[in-house]
Design a protein around this ligand. Structure first.
Ligand code: RET
Length: 258
């Protein structure tokens, strides 16, 4: 690990702690939200909550790994020699990225064949994208980083293309009241996903070891909150609205409308 300023260390430390709390809270919200949607949408919310639950666990581990990589004594920070473990992040993505795509597909309530074939194609491409990115992330030289990053961009572009072209036709068949919301979910997914490769490229700018490490951790953390919690809440909204259209109002008798 590179030597780091105490301010940078604390910024990352607090960001990881905040993100654990956010992911855990989102999990509770999304799982409780299942009771507010019709049967066809319960799985989408189960999976959305699963994504944030898996992330909450990994942020706990990431937080712990960050803490053990540095030591603060009398206000002076030093490296302990134990490397910060980037694998937690990549294993988290390996599990959550395919699930995120599946939750987006599920909330659209396509035919069974379409759901299975789109989930398989997009899920496999997502897993490939992450697996190809990892060797670059842990490489010490920028050439290796660039090569793996480029390879990982191939499945990434395929996913973006599928999301816009493949799902575009299906979105047109969605009820009018949710079309816009689904397009927003797709856009937020696209924008937050596009943020990851940009963050990945930070080491290509000559910023100095500790600033690079800090920017990577903060950048990926912000992207994770938007991609998992932000999209999860949009999915919840879509599911509630579609349930109202397809199943009638599901609010318990006596509950006030808002
Ligand atoms: C890498 C390597 C460089 C090239 C590309 C990448 C893309 C990463 C993405 C990650 C998305 C993660 C999500 C996590 C939330 O659960 C691997 C950084 C294209 C798109 C959505």
């Amino acid at each position: 690990m590179p030597p780091i300023e105490i301010g940078q260390y604390l910024l990352v430390y607090n960001a990881f702690s905040f993100t654990f709390a956010t992911m855990a809270a989102a999990t509770i919200f999304l799982w409780f939200g299942r009771s507010q949607v019709g049967p066809a949408y319960k799985t989408a919310l189960t999976i959305s909550g699963l994504v944030t639950a898996i992330a909450a666990y990994h942020y706990l581990r990431i937080f712990d790994s960050w803490e053990t990589a540095y030591e603060v004594r009398n206000g002076v920070i030093s490296v302990t020699g134990l490397a910060f473990n980037d694998a937690y992040r990549y294993v988290d993505w390996l599990l959550t990225v395919p699930l995120l795509l599946i939750e987006l597909i599920l909330v659209m309530r396509l035919s069974q064949e379409e759901t299975v074939s789109k989930s398989l194609k997009l899920g496999c491409a997502a897993a490939l994208m992450i697996a190809l990115g990892y060797p670059g992330e842990i490489a010490n030289d920028n050439v290796t980083r660039a090569i793996w990053g480029t390879l990982s961009t191939i499945p990434f572009l395929y996913i973006v293309w599928e999301l816009f072209k493949g799902l575009g036709a299906s979105i047109e068949r969605q009820p009018e009241s949710v079309k816009k919301l689904i397009k927003t979910a797709r856009l937020v997914t696209f924008a937050s996903w596009g943020f990851y490769p940009i963050v990945y490229m930070v080491p290509f700018i000559n910023l100095g070891g500790s600033t690079v490490e800090t920017s990577l951790q903060i950048g990926y953390t912000i992207a994770d909150i938007i991609a998992k919690v932000g999209v999860g809440i949009l999915i919840y909204n879509i599911a509630v609205r579609k349930s109202a259209v397809e199943y009638g109002d599901l609010k318990p008798a006596g509950a006030s409308a808002h």
